[in-house]
Every structure is written in C-alpha cells, then in structure tokens.
Design a protein around this ligand. Structure first.
Ligand code: UD1
Ligand code: MG
Length: 451
C-alpha cells in the first residue's frame, strides 16, 4: 500500500484482572515478547507508518515499552473506561492528522498477521469506509454478530442486544476494524451510549456508516489468528499457536527438527538453512544460528550466535554473549556466557566459560572453570589459539594462556602462561611403595567397627 498513508490505533487499556497479575495484560509475553510488541511489530511489517497506543490509567510499563518498540508512537491515556469507541477517541489528536487508512488493533490480540492487515487496507483502498475483521469461533457466545446483506455489512449486534435469530449467526466480530481516514472522526463522534452496557460501542460505527450510504464490508480471518487473551489459559493457547507457526516457517525455510513440537523458539530467533535441532531445545531471545549448525537435545540458548557448522549439546547452556566460531564444539553440561569461541575450538564436557576469549582450535578439557567473578567485578580469561587446557583446571581471571600454551590437568592458574609453555599448578604427587598393603594388615588386626 505504498501510496496510502496509515495510522494504527492500538487499544491497550485492558485491565486484565482475569490474568491475576501485577503486570499489565498486554505486557505478558508470547515467545519472549510482550503481546503489544507483536502487534506493533506486525503492523510495522505491514507498512503502518504511525501509531497511537491507548493505555489505561498509570500504565507506565506499557507506555515505555510502546515508545521503545515504535519510537514515533504517541501514547495516550484513557482515564475512564467508557467503551471501545471512547477508547479509540482517546487518540483524537492522532486522528486529527489525516491518514488514508486508520486501523484499530488490540494489544491483547497478538497473532494477527501482516497479510490480514493488508487485506483490510485493500478493502479501504477499493472504496469501503469501514472494514471489519470477522471470524467463525467454535462457540460464538459473547461476541458481536456480523449481520450482512448482499455483501454489505449492515450491523454488528452485541450479544446482549441480539435477538434469537441474530444469536444464531456464527460469523462474529473479532474486534479489529479499519476506517477510511476521511470518515473515521465523523462516524466515531456520532456514536452514543444508549445500549445495554451504557458504553460507547465502536461497533455502532457500522450502522451509522450504513445510514450515511457508505460502503461497509466484513472480511474473514482464521479463528486462530484473532484469539484475544483474557486469562493465562488463553495466553498459553496463543503461545502454542505462535510456536506452531514459527516451527512451520523454520521447517519450510530449511531447518531440520525431528520433533518440532518440542522445540521452543523466540520471537526473534534466526535459523539459517540446514541447521539441525534435536528434540527439547529452548531458544530465549537474541539467538542467531548460521548454516549447518547442529544443536543436540536439551540445550538452552539465549543471546547467542552459532557460526556455520558449530555444534552444541546435548545439554548445552549458551547465555548472552556466547559467540561460537565456525565448526567449534560445545559439548554436554557446558555453560558459555559472554565468550568468543574461536573456529574449531572444542569445549566438550562439564565446563563453565564466562567472560573469555578462546582461540581457534583450542581444546578445553572436561571440568574446566573460568574463575571470572570475585564477588564484585568480572574479569577476562584469554585462551590462545591451539592452547590445551587439561581437565579440571581453574583459570582465575584476569589471566592469559598464550597461543599453543598447555595447562596440566587439575591446575589452578593464577598467572599468565607464555605461548607454547606448560604450566603445572597443583600438588606434586608423592608415592610410598607398599604403604597400602601395610595399612590393611595393621587394620585387619583391630576389630572393625560396624556403622
Ligand atoms: C468487543 C466487541 C465485540 C467483539 C469482541 C471481540 C464492542 C462494543 N464489542 O466486545 O463485538 O466480538 O470485542 O473480542 O466493541 N477497551 C478499552 N476501553 C474501554 C473499553 C474496552 O480499552 O473503555 C478495550 C478492552 O480492554 C478490550 C477491548 O477494548 O481489550 C474490547 O473491549 P471488551 O469490553 O472486551 O469488549 P467485548 O464486550 O469483548
Ligand atoms: Mg472482550
């Protein structure tokens, strides 16, 4: 829709009391992103230029998040809750600046797609003054029913005001609506509150537009796309649908998952072609995986980047700032945080590497720990290219192991190791020939105490 200007009004004033939460409803996350973030992101992807976000009283967290996500958004407060039309009119200042297309979206309806928003805008471009998004829920109870005549939407009847015949209609109002910018204020200002709830119903715009001879249409979306969230049960249902969609997209884009239903993606997970993901893997925010990487079962990744051909797990934990070079390997029960792992380096078992640089082709043995924290500050460990760290060593940071350096197993390294040197930092072994046999002989003469 390149030649039409656009404005979205996002209603985010819901109290969300049924969420039983200290957090405003629209701030509850789906795939790691607050629901309102999904709406803003999708609308931005659909080419919406301007946003007005309507928040409830004192919703500072929503305000801050909306501005961070869509910096041009204006955030307005709906102080009294007098109905959906009243909520939209809280954004009157934004509506006063004309846009060709005005969409009303809901911060608690995060699964709506860019394609659907584009379809709504197409109807406006074709001449509709009002477009309503409809769907056919399994159980229509509680929803406004869409009453159509010859392809024109003539009214939306709220459940409370509907007669028996109208209640039998299965085609329902999802809530999302679109308006031609030159008609929207005239319609909204004509809405009154003479109805069962004493509220200003946005849905009344449909009958008013009909009285004025304007074209009004309903388009249909999948029920799964317009599900709103009022409880954490619905939040979990929305999460399931989101995950299914994202898995499907990943599979179609060339990712192998043997049990996709056990892999949990984040809103911003980026997976390249020929990545393989085994069962039971969790992606937190900020993960990028390059071509051909292999993620074994039960791994947990957040804020990490795997370069081409890297391999992790099973049971690997990558925390923010983990950067794994090409063909590097991070094995089972290994935790990596804020560390660059060079190409081909191997950290195969039971290890913690935090605040570190590990050179290409280095080999870090089982049970290695970087002592990166003294209770106050974090310090850096540098392991040079091709270095070898023997098992069960502690590298007390700040410390550098030079290129090709070698650390003997069981060492506690507190000072730098020169390139190609061997460092041994442990008790020297003492051997006493025959001691064990003598010990047993002596003990066998005394009475054994059973415990
Ligand atoms: C509304 C629609 C109904 C539709 C249903 C879909 C109206 C009159 N009815 O009914 O046709 O089938 O949604 O879920 O629009 N809100 C405000 N401020 C207000 C009132 C509401 O921000 O003063 C927000 C609510 O937080 C909610 C949304 O608008 O997110 C819808 O309001 P709600 O009271 O849930 O309307 P419904 O009766 O569900
Ligand atoms: Mg509702």
């Amino acid at each position: 829709m390149p030649d039409r200007s656009s404005l979205a009004i996002v209603l985010a004033a819901g109290e969300g009391t049924r969420m039983r939460s200290a957090l405003p409803k629209v701030m509850h996350a789906v795939a790691g992103l607050p629901m309102i973030g999904h709406v803003l992101k999708t609308a931005t992807g659909a080419g919406i230029e301007r946003f007005a976000v309507v928040v409830g009283k004192g919703a500072d967290a929503v305000r801050a998040f909306a501005i961070k996500t869509a910096p041009s958004a204006s955030v307005v407060e709906q102080v009294e809750r007098l109905g959906t039309a009243h909520a939209v009119l809280a954004a009157r200042a934004a509506l006063d600046q004309p846009a060709d297309d005005v969409l009303v979206l809901y911060g608690d309806t995060p699964l709506v797609t860019a394609e659907t928003l584009a379809r709504m805008r197409t109807e406006l471009a074709k001449g509709a003054s009002v477009v309503v998004l409809g769907f056919r829920p399994e159980d229509p109870t509680g929803y406004g029913r869409l009453i159509e005549r010859d392809g024109q939407l003539v009214a939306i009847r709220e459940e409370r005001e509907a007669n028996e015949g109208e209640r039998a209609i299965g085609f329902c109002n999802a809530g999302l609506m679109g308006f031609r910018g030159d008609a929207v204020l005239g319609l909204l200002d004509a809405i009154d509150n003479s109805n069962a709830k004493g509220e200003y119903y946005l849905t009344d715009a449909v009958e008013i537009a009909n009285q004025r001879g304007l074209a009004v249409v309903a388009i249909e979306a999948e029920a799964a796309e317009v599900g709103g969230v009022n409880t954490r049960v619905e939040l979990a249902a929305v999460e399931r649908i989101w995950q299914d969609r994202a898995r499907q997209q990943a599979l179609l884009s060339g990712v192998t998952m043997v049990a996709p239903e056990t892999v949990f993606l984040s809103h911003d997970t980026v997976l390249a072609r020929d990545v393989t993901i085994e069962p039971n893997v969790f992606f937190g925010p900020g993960v990028r995986v390059d071509e051909g990487a292999l993620i074994h079962a039960f791994s947990h990744l957040t804020g990490a980047h795997l370069e081409a051909g890297a391999e992790i797990g099973p049971y690997a934990r990558l925390r923010p700032g983990a950067q794994l070079g090409p063909k590097s390997k991070v094995g089972n029960f290994v935790e990596i945080k804020n560390a660059e792992i060079g190409a081909g380096a191997k950290i195969s078992h039971l290890t913690y590497i935090g605040d570190a640089q590990v050179g290409a082709e280095a080999n870090v043995g089982a049970g290695t720990v970087t002592g990166n924290y003294d209770g106050y500050d974090k310090a850096l460990t540098i392991i040079g290219e091709g270095a070898f760290i023997g098992s069960n060593s502690v590298l007390v940071a700040p410390v550098t192991i030079g290129d090709g350096g070698y650390v003997a197993s069981g060492s506690v390294i507190t000072t730098d190791v020169a390139p190609d040197a061997l460092a041994i930092a442990r008790g020297r072994q003492v051997e006493k020939p025959g001691w064990a046999a003598r010990f047993r002989e002596m003990k066998s003469k005394t009475k054994r105490v059973r415990v």
